[in-house]
Design a protein around this ligand. Structure first.
Ligand code: KG4
Ligand code: ZN
Length: 361
């Protein structure tokens, strides 16, 4: 079964072709990151307009890249939530138009469930080996959820963030440190090569004992106060970075400030990773899960991936390659295959649900 997936929930216009939920035939992502970077975050109106401009060429490119004609496509899948309403609408209407014109079944897919299915695209079959139940950590720009996947389409919410999402805290802290947008990759880069044993900065961790929930807003505020105390401002940090570029050796004052920035970035990343790793493994232990699946942009983080693999012990860990952790349409098509196996398609009345949840408590 060849499924065309479409994803427009945030700032990536994406289309992909996936066969039987596993075989990636094409994967096209048109990123708007540069367009939003100058504002320090996603501007919803700009995102919707870009999706409108990109959606047709992106879908055409997905077919061309896969060497596939319309006659070979068996179904259309699209993210219908959660996400930005105007952005979601572009994808949903495109998918409906294709389904109507080509008389194809249409499947609306939850973006968060989509993130869970990225691992199936890389030769893993966690449902067969090691089998259910599986703990899933979905950490993105808008969500930080711990889920127990008891079967395909059967998700129980174990914990979620009580305030900021992990990705949101990366983005906001990077902004305070003058590291630019998106913040996750910028903080990861800044922390590269920092020796932890020499790290003098330490930021708080919200353990929330007895709960699998998360909280990142206190950490973000602590990073902000520390940055102010060190004289780091959004522009000052980027100015010193620019000064450093100007002279090969860099002025001593700028060097010092850059060192403060990298130390703070590293301390911040360590705090987030500590909590994500500990709570994910705690969730697996509490539920007797047979394995752990990661998904969502934050799980592209190298330190998180390394730490989770190192600390999981005997528990199998499934982590998509970084390119499939961030938003893409292949995961939506992969997820839709398992929907198609167990439920009828959606009707043309499928609508966007910007605050769609995954898993009941
Ligand atoms: O899943 P995603 O691409 O879009 C949403 O569904 O939100 O996640 C985007 C988030 C952003 O906050 C971005 O800063 C974060 O994922 N991110 C990272 C990394 N790459 C992307 N966070 C930490 N480390 C990374 N390497
Ligand atoms: Zn996402």
């Amino acid at each position: 079964m060849l499924i065309l997936g479409i994803e427009t929930s945030c700032d990536e216009t994406a289309a992909a072709l996936v066969e039987d939920g596993r075989l990636l035939r094409s994967n096209v992502v048109a990123s708007q990151v540069e367009m939003h970077a100058r504002y320090g975050g996603v501007v919803p109106e700009v995102a919707s307009r870009q999706h409108l401009l990109q959606i047709v060429p992106v879908v055409e490119q997905a077919l061309a890249q896969g060497g596939v004609s319309w006659e070979q496509v068996d179904a259309v899948a699209v993210t219908y939530g959660p996400g930005l309403a105007g952005a979601l609408m572009v994808g949903v209407n495109m998918a409906k138009a294709i389904a109507f014109a080509r008389r194809l079944p249409l499947y609306g897919i939850n973006h968060l469930e989509g993130h869970v299915y990225a691992v199936w695209l890389e030769g893993h079959q966690p449902d067969l080996s090691p089998g259910f139940p599986l703990v899933c950590l979905v950490a993105s720009g808008g969500h930080t959820d711990l889920l127990l996947m008891e079967g395909h389409g059967r998700h129980r919410l174990l914990g979620m963030t009580r305030d900021d999402a992990a990705g949101e805290s990366f983005d906001k802290t990077a902004r305070v440190l003058g590291l630019g947008y998106p913040g996750g990759p910028a903080i990861q880069r800044a922390s590269q090569g920092v020796k932890l044993e020499e790290l003098h900065e330490k930021l708080p961790r919200a353990w929330l004992p007895g709960s699998l929930d998360f909280s990142f807003s206190g950490l973000k505020t602590a990073a902000l106060h520390r940055a102010r105390a060190l004289g780091i401002t959004e522009t000052a940090a980027s100015d010193t970075a620019r000064q450093g570029e100007g002279s090969p050796s860099g002025p001593p004052a700028a060097d010092l400030k850059d060192r403060d920035v990298t130390a703070l970035a590293t301390a911040f990343q360590e705090s987030v990773v500590d909590v994500l790793v500990a709570k994910t493994l705690e969730a697996a232990a509490q539920t007797g899960a047979r394995g752990v699946i990661l998904g969502g942009g934050v799980t592209a983080n190298a330190r998180l991936r390394e730490r989770l693999r190192a600390e999981a012990g005997e528990t199998p860990v499934f982590i998509p390659s970084p390119g499939l952790c961030v938003d893409n349409a292949a995961m939506i098509a992969a997820c839709a295959y398992y929907h198609a196996l167990r439920r009828p398609p959606d009707g043309y009345d499928l609508d966007v649900v910007p605050s769609l949840k995954l898993g009941s408590l």
